[in-house]
Structure formats: C-alpha cells, structure tokens
Design a protein. Structure first.
Length: 133
C-alpha cells in the first residue's frame, strides 16, 4: 500500500511535470476558483499545500489550503485527482492529523457530487449552485 506525502514548496518544481496534468483535469472540471498556474504559485509561496499519493510512483495528488473561519481554522481540499482511488480514498486520515497539528478544527472538501459516495463518513454541509451569465 502507498502513502500520502506532503510536497515541500521547493520540491514542487520537480513533481509538477507529473502532477500538473493530473491537477489540470480536476481544475478544468471546477467552477474556476483557481487556475493551474495560480495553484502552482500558491503552493510554491506556501499559501496552499500539495500532497501526492505514492505507490511505485505518483498515482494521485491533492491541493489543500488552511482558511480562517469564525469557527476556527479549516483545511479545505480544493482539488484531488489521479488514478487508483480505491488505494488512496482514505487520504483524509493523514490530512486530518496534519491539519489538526496546524490548529484546524475540520476538513472540508470541494468537489463533484460523486465525492459524496467516496467520503461516506463526512457530513454534507452545503451544495453550490451556479448559473453562468
């Protein structure tokens, strides 16, 4: 079984050729919170965190950001992408430990409706509706 590892900002340049296309898939399905280049710069400048799932190479990745809320700090998972989901779908355990060590009171995940089937022990707290103008 593989492991979820945080990528140090100075190491992003080395892994970006592999994970950039993975992230682009997730970002292109998103409503436009961040573009791929903005995510890259935010990770390099320590405003977001990059995580990779390793199992004989990089199989998946995700991007998080710690946000201050009235209820406390929340670690938001903005993007997750890659293959072998059955191996890494329990990524929240390691992320939760890391987030808690950074003062977070919760994890939040933004994504498509299908994530609800994967994150069975998470609570659905909102839905996002969008109308293009």
């Amino acid at each position: 079984m593989g492991s979820l590892e945080g990528v140090a900002p100075e190491a992003v340049f080395a892994v970006w050729p592999k994970i950039g296309p993975m992230l682009a898939e997730a970002i292109n399905r998103d409503t436009g919170a961040f573009g791929l280049q903005e995510v890259f710069h935010r990770v390099v400048n320590k405003h977001m965190q990059l995580w990779v799932y390793l199992n004989d190479g990089v199989k998946a990745c995700c991007v998080t950001q710690i946000e201050n809320r009235t209820s406390g700090k929340v670690c938001v998972i903005y993007y997750a992408s890659g293959g072998y989901m059955n191996e890494w779908k329990h990524f929240d355990k390691g992320l939760g430990e890391w987030a808690k060590s950074h003062g977070c009171v919760a994890l939040e995940a933004l994504g498509r409706q299908g994530w609800e089937r994967v994150l069975k022990d998470w609570d659905k707290v909102a839905i996002v509706m969008r109308k293009e103008l």
